[in-house]
Design a protein around this ligand. Structure first.
Ligand code: AMP
Length: 195
């Protein structure tokens, strides 16, 4: 079983590129952000708590997302692997992931990290707010908080996965034209062939 992580700041294009990867490699896409938004939409107690944190640009507690990931690993059949999108986002989550995978006799296969300049991120998230209607994309102060959270809590994972020899960077900027997504997608596809 393969366990890939697609990594990068908010707006790097993780969800967009995950779609092509899961098709090409028969992977199950696990986006913790999407799972949390589904809880919010269903009005569950977890969703109510998550909504407050998400709309402040903060992270939900580690145990919540760790439990979600483990459940999906255990209940998914018929795939060759998983693509984690938006998880892990903190050092404790990365450590927990290794523990969870250890129990399944697996390990992280590779981290595909999308790098994008900060001004591009702000532009993309503002554009996405109009298309997807996400409240956490629409407010510049929430975006700023999410990026701060990324620098403080998520960026340290780069070193963690570099030390493990699993970290691979891809330039996540493909230009402003509509071909930009394909340009980056092709870079990721080329990397995947080397893994
Ligand atoms: P995303 O769709 O990945 O941008 O996630 C949206 C929001 O969900 C984030 O800003 C966090 O508040 C929350 N979230 C998603 N994934 C995680 C995670 N792994 N750990 C904690 N909070 C998360």
């Amino acid at each position: 079983m393969k366990y890939y992580i697609i990594f990068g700041p908010p707006g790097a294009g993780k969800g967009t590129h995950a779609k092509r990867l899961v098709e090409d490699y028969n992977l199950k896409h696990i986006s913790t952000g999407e799972l949390l938004r589904a809880e919010i939409a269903a009005g569950t107690p977890l969703g109510l708590k998550a909504k407050e944190l998400i709309s402040a640009g903060q992270l939900v507690p580690d145990e919540v997302v760790e439990g979600m990931i483990e459940t999906v690993f255990k209940t998914t059949k018929g795939v060759d692997g998983f693509l984690l999108d938006g998880f892990p986002r903190t050092m404790p989550q990365a450590v927990a992931l290794d523990e969870i995978l250890g129990k399944l006799s697996g390990e992280v296969t590779a981290v595909i990290s999308l790098t994008v300049a900060e001004d591009v991120i702000y532009r993309r998230l503002a554009g996405r707010a109009k298309i997807e209607g996400r409240a956490d994309d629409a407010d510049p102060s929430i975006i700023a908080n999410r990026i701060k959270t990324y620098h403080l809590q998520t960026e340290p994972l780069i070193d963690f996965y570099k030390k493990a020899g699993k970290y691979h960077e891809v330039d996540g900027y493909g230009g402003e034209s509509s071909d930009g997504i394909k340009v980056v997608g092709d870079r990721i596809a080329a990397l995947m062939k080397t893994l």
